[in-house]
Design a protein around this ligand. Structure first.
Ligand code: NAD
Length: 542
């Protein structure tokens, strides 16, 4: 701490721009998109502030146009990963001891750079790398990343202010030390904001990090690396490696200085990593913090008193925005038989009006899924539903990967509440609907709770307050983010802290002080002003 109790700027959510026709932001982002599309990049590793080209490269293409090359990235060998660890530990000596206001200033500057001069670039890169339409890019790579950076600074200040009670003869102080060692951040393809936040939140609290982005997000991750550099994150504090995830992870988990993992991605990968940490436990100098947000099988349940148009809109947006590739995307819905005809009509009307194609054409609501592996998996489930007797495709069902990985938004109807697509996370634009007898509300709540291993997000729609309360109670452990009369997606930092339990993760709530607490190891300092000079207590008296 410097010489003053400094107040951090009050965090506010970055306003979402509209990109409506004729707005300057629309022109700017389209120009940035064209410029990036028409050039190529060569993305090096970033270790100790140095750009390292290993020569072992892979190419990057937009999912909506897989024959177009955006550039290449360099893959790490084991020695580069070791170098990233060593350099982080060296940087820790200064960074962990830097006054907090300087750490805060670096990340507040990063937020302003993204909100301002880098906004169109990071949005355009996200449109190209992850095939997001401009609205999905804006709420992710611009606004959510800015919000994470701003709000985390405010939460850090709140944590530091939390101090124990002291007496007149002894002063108790807690200092929130960074972890002793380094933090490993592994990030998913689907949110540029999460990619930036996982290393940055740990670094803000004084930690150093090795960050491994998803292969499918490296193109937009590079913009974050540039922003952090320009914002003044010192060399070695955040080191970035790309390449074989197993080799990189094994190398990192073998280090005695591994102090924590900040992971977002799929459930099985996280469970494997947890098991490896367990197997290596005798290697570590400290018990590593394990923080992971993983998969979901997120639900919508409509009560017979719900409004059919509202339920249909929640399905159209909640299941299909960003092609259902949000961990929070609705992928199973429980609809009362009495309302289905109407809801079906509205959903089909919506789907008919969706346009699908490149995000460069801003009238497209649906773009491509992330890669061929995802496309093939989704096509297989769709074909299976076409063949199965207990499933019927009532909308969509088409797919085409000739130019990009396009899957039509698809609605499967099933009379088997445990049908495979009611239970398994597909991570694509597919929702499965189960119709229940109106009289079986209670039994259906039980079904929602017990059908999947996950517990991430869920929504109830009800015009009946008692039914809404009943669902809230019955589904207490079914979702970490529970919505009443709203779609289960679109959590905003500072408003709806995000995360779920069961197989969905450790529920450490990204975008809240709870997450930051995982990156500190508090030290209590008690200082006694007049120290005792006699060991005898009064009770020992004659
Ligand atoms: P993924 O698990 O395939 O990849 C995530 C990261 O792990 C990537 O960096 C990847 O390279 C790395 N990885 C892959 N295999 C690995 C291995 N064997 N060892 C170590 N690292 C490995 O996930 P994805 O496809 O990028 O993202 C989608 C998944 O993420 C979905 O399951 C989704 O639900 C989940 N997700 C969850 C949240 C949340 O907050 N709960 C948010 C976003 C995404």
């Amino acid at each position: 701490m410097g010489k003053g109790f400094f107040q951090v700027p009050t965090a506010i959510n970055e306003p979402v721009k509209t990109y409506a026709p004729g707005t300057p932001e629309r022109e700017e982002v389209l120009a940035a998109y064209k410029e990036l599309y028409n050039s190529t990049v060569d993305i090096p590793l970033y270790i100790n502030g140095e750009e390292i080209k290993t020569g072992d490269t892979a190419t990057m293409s937009p999912p909506h146009e897989h024959q177009h090359i955006l550039g290449t990235y360099h893959k790490a060998e084991q020695k580069h990963v070791q170098q990233a660890i060593d350099t982080a530990l060296e940087a820790r000596k200064k960074w962990a001891n830097l006054s907090w206001e300087h750490r805060a200033a670096v990340f507040l500057k990063a937020a302003e750079l993204i909100a301002g001069p880098y906004r169109s670039k990071i949005n355009a890169a996200t449109m190209l790398a992850q095939s997001k339409n401009i609205y999905q890019a804006e709420i992710d790579s611009a606004c959510e990343l800015v919000d994470f950076l701003r709000f985390n600074v405010e939460y850090m200040a709140q944590i530091y202010e939390d101090q124990p009670y002291s007496t007149s003869d002894a002063w108790n102080r807690v200092e929130y030390r960074p972890l002793e060692g380094f933090v490993y951040a592994i990030t998913p393809f689907n949110f540029t904001a999460i990619a930036g936040n996982l290393p940055a939140s740990a670094a803000l609290m004084g930690n150093v990090a090795v960050w491994k982005p998803s292969d499918s997000q490296i193109y937009s991750a590079k913009v974050i690396v540039d922003v952090f550099k320009e914002a003044g994150v010192p060399d070695g504090v955040i080191n970035v490696v790309y390449g074989d995830p197993v080799m990189i992870t094994d190398t990192i988990l073998a280090s005695p200085d591994f102090a924590g993992i900040h992971f977002t991605g799929s459930t099985n990968v996280f469970k494997d990593i947890w098991a490896k940490i367990g197997a290596n436990i005798h290697t570590y100098k400290t018990y590593p913090r394990i923080v992971g947000e993983t998969g979901g099988k997120d639900f919508i349940i409509a009560h017979p008193t719900s409004n059919p148009k509202q339920v249909a809109t929640a399905i159209s947006r909640g299941a299909f925005e960003f092609q259902g590739q949000k961990c929070s995307a609705a992928s199973r819905a429980y609809i009362p038989k009495s309302l289905w005809k109407e809801i079906e009509k509205f959903v089909k009307e919506d789907l008919k009006s969706f346009k699908m194609g490149s995000p460069e054409d801003m009238s497209n609501f649906i773009t491509a899924v992330i890669h061929e592996g995802s496309f093939d998996k989704l096509a297989k489930y769709i074909d299976q539903a076409k063949a199965d007797k207990d499933a019927e495709i009532v909308a969509g069902g088409g797919y085409d990967k000739s130019k990009g990985y396009f899957i039509e938004p698809t609605v499967i109807l099933t009379d088997n509440p445990k049908y495979t697509t009611m239970c398994t996370e597909l991570f694509g634009p597919v929702i499965t609907i189960y119709l229940y007898d109106d009289a079986k509300w209670k039994e259906t709540l039980e079904l929602v709770d017990t059908t999947s291993e996950y517990g991430l997000t869920g929504a109830v729609f009800s015009g009946d307050r008692y039914a809404a309360e009943e669902a809230t109670q019955a589904l207490q452990n079914s979702a970490g983010n529970f919505y009443i009369n709203d779609k289960p997606t679109g959590a905003v930092v500072g408003q709806q802290p995000f995360g779920g339990a069961r197989a969905s993760g450790t529920n450490d709530k990204a975008g809240s002080y709870l997450n930051l607490l995982r990156w500190v190891s508090p030290r209590l300092i008690k200082e006694t002003f007049v120290s005792p000079v006699d060991y005898r207590y009064p009770f020992l008296g004659e």
